[in-house]
Unconditional design. Structure first.
Length: 402
């Protein structure tokens, strides 16, 4: 083999691609990481929420800007449901630049190579090897690899070039970073209703010295508005406008959120991971945790397959098989999200929030409310709260039994 052959080439040095580069390099594979930008972690589109479980897996506590103990969730008419307790960190808020750079640094320490300002322009994955042409800072270079990994985000070049399908659902997120927000330290706030966040929710996330105010929604629910207009409405006209009076904007971010794993995130000598595979959660839009957990789940099988050079479509389908359960879980959480929030009118949301705020229901939510397991919580609510059970029966909730 020439020097330009790699065991693994990973396109995209976001958190998921870099995590894969780190773990595969640790296993002794020769890994090349390609990143189209000139630095890691910029630009980013993210609120920076990373669960303690995922933080344990990467150990980058230095990137944490603030800890969040719970959320105060507001119904359209102002019913508040507080979820969480002051003694348990529910999620961390990280600086994405430090977080992404931290994971990439770990991959480099483990032996991976990184090419910045580099992107593939052609790819042939049909034979016993993958041939790639890379535009490396204006110079075209041919390389080969045994395994190509697409970790190149929502609009994945690898996914589109190899025609591997499309994520089931797309949301769009828009966020401004502000000083001067009147909030409670350690608690995030979520706002619902047609006027501020049709179908989903808007958020205010404490971020150390500043707050991240954002919203996500689906194009079809926006009714001609943009997410930017929703944020303007939230901050200047909504029932919650007073807490934004002293806000000064310091940054803004927006981007797509692919939430619906594609059916076949594999092909001959190729797999997709993270946002490229459509792994973001339909309930929160979070994609860092699902992508990192995907790599963790398939790592052993993938590493062995690389060592044995068994990387056919069939081999990789078998290795990605555990992800089928994740896809089904995504489907169930989407159905539950639609049932409780996305398909509800403002009046119905108010009714649901009134039920959520009853002490025994709050106890159930706080007892079961693991943000990693929304399906378990949603099902418990349907089982234990008679009003939700009736609604679920009426809606013919067969999907959730599967
Ligand atoms: C407003 C908003 C808020 C969000 N908040 C959260 C949150 O709080 N928590 C959370 O977990 N998730 C959140 N997300 C989602 C999260 O940002 C993504 O799920 C996460 O970044 C996915 O990681 P990734 O490594 O798969 O892809 P990305 O982070 O998108 O990384 C892909 C990398 O590939 C590079 N790349 C792309 N194409 C090429 C190419 N052709 N060649 C070379 N390099 C390429 C990109 O430059 C990038 O570095 C949010 C998203 C939005 C839009």
């Amino acid at each position: 083999m020439s020097e330009q052959h790699w065991d693994v080439v990973i396109v995209g040095a976001g958190p998921v691609g870099s995590f894969a580069a780190w773990k595969l390099s640790e296993k002794g594979h020769k890994v090349l990481l390609l990143e189209e930008h000139s630095e890691i972690g910029r630009p980013f589109q993210c609120a920076g929420l990373v669960t303690p479980k995922v933080m344990e897996m990467v150990g980058l506590h230095d990137s944490v800007l603030s800890d969040v103990f719970g959320a105060r969730i507001h119904s359209p008419s102002g019913v508040i449901v507080p979820v969480g307790t002051a003694d348990e960190i529910k999620t961390h808020v990280v600086c994405r630049k430090l977080f992404d750079q931290g994971i990439t640094r770990l991959s480099l320490s483990a032996g991976a190579q990184l090419w910045l300002l580099s992107q593939p322009v052609s790819c042939d994955n049909e034979g016993d090897i993958v041939s790639l042409t890379i535009n490396r800072n204006g110079v075209f270079q041919k390389i080969t690899t045994s395994l190509l990994i697409g970790a190149d985000g929502a609009h994945s070049w690898v996914r589109r070039t190899l025609k591997l399908g499309n994520p089931k659902e797309w949301m769009f997120g828009f966020q401004v970073e502000v000083t001067g927000y009147e909030g409670t330290n350690g608690w995030l706030e979520m706002f619902t209703g047609q006027s501020v966040a049709p179908g989903l929710f808007a958020w205010a996330i404490p971020n150390g010295m500043t707050h991240r105010i954002g919203v996500w929604s689906k194009t079809k629910d926006l009714d001609g508005r943009s997410c930017e207009q929703l944020i303007e409405y939230l901050m200047n006209e909504s029932r919650w406008k007073d807490r934004f009076t002293n806000c000064r904007e310091t940054a803004r971010h927006c981007g797509p959120i692919p939430a619906g794993m594609i059916k076949r995130p594999w092909a001959n000598r190729t797999i997709l991971i993270g946002d490229a595979a459509g792994l973001a959660k339909p309930t929160t839009g979070g994609g860092i945790g699902p992508g990192i957990c995907q790599v963790h789940t398939i790592l052993e099988g993938l590493s062995k397959a690389i060592s044995d050079n068994k990387l056919s479509t069939r081999d990789l389908r078998r290795i990605q098989k555990p992800m089928e359960k994740v896809r089904k879980d995504q489907e169930r959480s989407r159905a539950l999200r639609d049932f409780f929030v996305s398909k509800r009118s403002d009046a119905e949301l108010d009714k649901n929030f009134t039920l959520f705020s009853r002490p025994e229901v709050l106890e159930l939510i706080n007892g079961q409310g693991d943000i990693e397991k929304p399906v378990a919580l949603g099902m418990a609510l349907i089982r234990e709260v008679p009003e939700f059970r009736m609604l679920a029966l009426k809606a013919g909730f067969a999907l959730l039994r599967g």
